[in-house]
Design a protein around this ligand. Structure first.
Ligand SMILES: [Zn+2]
Length: 136
């Protein structure tokens, strides 16, 4: 697994690419795969608000594109900023939590707390009652 500080730095950099004219919340994500590669993503909003996408799922889509169905999530960092550059405490949304556990319930997830420190938790702990497709 890549160093979480490295992922935090890459998440901050990815947030600079965000397209967020509606929420004014610029979010970046950087993840490492079990194969040792790093992928990033940013939020991409749309005037038709529900079709906008989160940084975490953008990074996951890039990882799957590169590694295919074998992709497994090792760690992910999420960083968020206001348009004035102030860092904001943002945790993955519910939809992203579901996406994270799909690829790695044991993955490390790190994001800022309100006091400015970074927390590190397991993806599965962010969504303990996640949906699992039943075997049929
Ligand atoms: Zn999300």
């Amino acid at each position: 697994m890549r160093d979480l500080d490295e992922l935090r730095g890459l998440a901050k950099k990815a947030a600079q690419q965000a397209y967020a004219p509606y929420s004014l919340l610029r979010v970046g994500a950087a993840l490492s795969s079990a194969a040792g590669c790093v992928y990033t993503g940013c939020n991409v909003e749309n005037g038709a608000l529900p079709i906008g996408g989160c940084a975490e799922r953008a990074a996951i889509a890039t990882a799957v594109q590169a590694e295919g169905a074998a992709f497994r999530l090792a760690a992910i960092a999420v960083a968020a900023f206001a348009t004035d550059g102030a860092q904001l405490p943002v945790s993955p949304c519910g939809a992203c939590r579901q996406a994270l556990v799909e690829f790695g319930a044991e993955a490390a997830v790190t994001f800022r707390q309100p006091d400015g420190s970074w927390i590190e938790v397991l993806a599965g702990d962010l969504l303990p009652w996640r949906f699992v497709m039943p075997n049929r």
